[in-house]
Design a protein around this ligand. Structure first.
Ligand SMILES: NC(=O)c1ccc[n+]([C@@H]2O[C@H](COP(=O)([O-])OP(=O)(O)OC[C@H]3O[C@@H](n4cnc5c(N)ncnc54)[C@H](OP(=O)(O)O)[C@@H]3O)[C@@H](O)[C@H]2O)c1
Length: 352
């Protein structure tokens, strides 16, 4: 059975806070001034061994305003100009998915270590090319699937691994929200890799992969809007043995946003949202049910940046918790779903 290699500590352990330095300080640059960067940057800045010294935008005013607001020294009016700055060792890229490939490639070619938002690319071929580039340049590259690095997820995997609940045989996980149609919004823009699949599915999939590994079959059913992006997609994953996962992502409804793992001797579930839950519900068949509660550190992005920092300090090119193979395999699953649903993006590069 494929399991994650967990580096974050379980809740309640005496492991150090993720803010605590694990080595020399790294200089970081931020790519884009969009919605998520504004939430994430404080968590990166909170690390004792992270210096966020630069931000870059396609627009000079936005870069300056962001730098002022977040107390960042340098503001660049292009991503490439920031990549040319030798003092910056690592960059966090948070543009839409459709732009990840080109920008991550430029950062790697400029010699920067990269943490890139999910989905790493818009297809598996692009992901393979980025991984090969990182390997060739001897640089760190990680897809920012933050859920994987949180103590709550590590604890869930520990419980499943312990055998207390028997063998996992069924995962149900859904994620979605009512996203009003706006053709300018990246979620509805095919050139940005729009749609529910690339924006949301990585999170429910994280629970399926965590519990049961990568599937042997993938079946999808979904609806595309007139622009050709998927607005609601249901995914059934098949595994050897009597094991399945049913995942749902939606831009048109507000589901439970919870994950449940059914096992032969009980089940385990999260509260919402499954990408950053604070509670685990554990229901062993032959024992009392219990709830474990987890306090976030900052917004909880601290854990992924602790991992990236630790890896770069240790001169690792990939994180054992989010290995390259998992990003490539995830994109291959999404390729299969896209093929079944007929989702096409205008900037699909490197498609065989
Ligand atoms: N981890 C999480 O919790 C989380 C949550 C939401 C989103 N995300 C991920 O983060 C990434 C960004 O999402 P977001 O919601 O922050 O998006 P957003 O608000 O639309 O911001 C994206 C930013 O990317 C830059 N950009 C570069 N090329 C662009 C293009 N062709 N079209 C539009 N913007 C472009 C823009 O910044 P400048 O104009 O300043 O260059 C823009 O502000 C996505 O990959 C998404 O999946 C992660």
């Amino acid at each position: 059975m494929v399991r994650y290699i967990q580096t974050p500590p379980a809740a309640g352990s005496s492991a150090p806070s993720p803010i605590k330095a694990t080595g020399r300080s790294l200089n970081w640059g931020i790519v884009s001034t969009g919605h998520i960067v504004s939430k994430v940057v404080a968590d990166l800045q909170s690390l004792e061994d992270a210096n966020v010294i630069a931000v870059s935008s396609r627009n000079e005013e936005r870069a300056r305003a962001f730098a002022d607001e977040h107390d960042i020294e340098w503001a660049y009016d292009s991503y490439e100009a920031m990549f040319a700055e030798p003092e910056i060792e690592a960059v966090y890229i948070a543009t839409p998915h459709g732009q990840h490939f080109e920008i991550t490639m430029a950062a790697l070619k400029a010699g920067k270590n990269v943490v890139c938002e999910k989905s790493l690319t818009i297809n598996a071929a692009e992901a393979r090319v980025l991984v090969a580039e990182a390997e060739e340049q001897d640089l760190f590259l990680m897809e920012a699937v933050w859920t994987r690095f949180t103590p709550v997820f590590a604890r869930a995997m520990e419980i499943l691994e312990s055998g207390e609940l028997g063998d996992p045989s069924w995962v149900q996980a859904d994620l979605g929200f009512l996203a009003p149609y706006n053709p300018e919004w990246r979620l509805y823009d095919p050139a940005a890799g729009g749609g529910a699949l690339l924006d949301l599915a990585v999170y429910p999939l994280t629970w399926a992969i965590g519990a049961m590994g990568f599937p042997t079959s993938v079946q999808a059913s979904g609806d595309l809007n007139e622009d050709g992006v998927d607005i609601q997609t249901a995914i059934t994953l098949g595994y050897s043995g009597v094991r399945h996962a049913q995942l749902m992502v939606s831009l048109t409804s507000s589901p439970t946003k919870e994950a449940r793992v059914a096992c032969t001797e009980g089940w385990l579930g999260t509260n919402a949202p499954l990408h950053n839950p604070t509670k685990l519900f554990i229901h062993p068949l032959n024992g009392p049910a219990r709830t474990e509660v987890f306090e976030p550190v900052g917004e909880n992005y601290t854990y992924e940046f602790r991992e990236a920092t630790r890896c770069i300090q240790a001169e690792l090119n990939e994180s054992p918790t989010m290995p390259w193979e998992h990003s490539v395999n995830t994109m291959a699953i999404f390729d299969g779903i896209r093929h079944q649903l007929g989702i096409r993006y205008p900037n699909d590069s490197y498609v065989a």
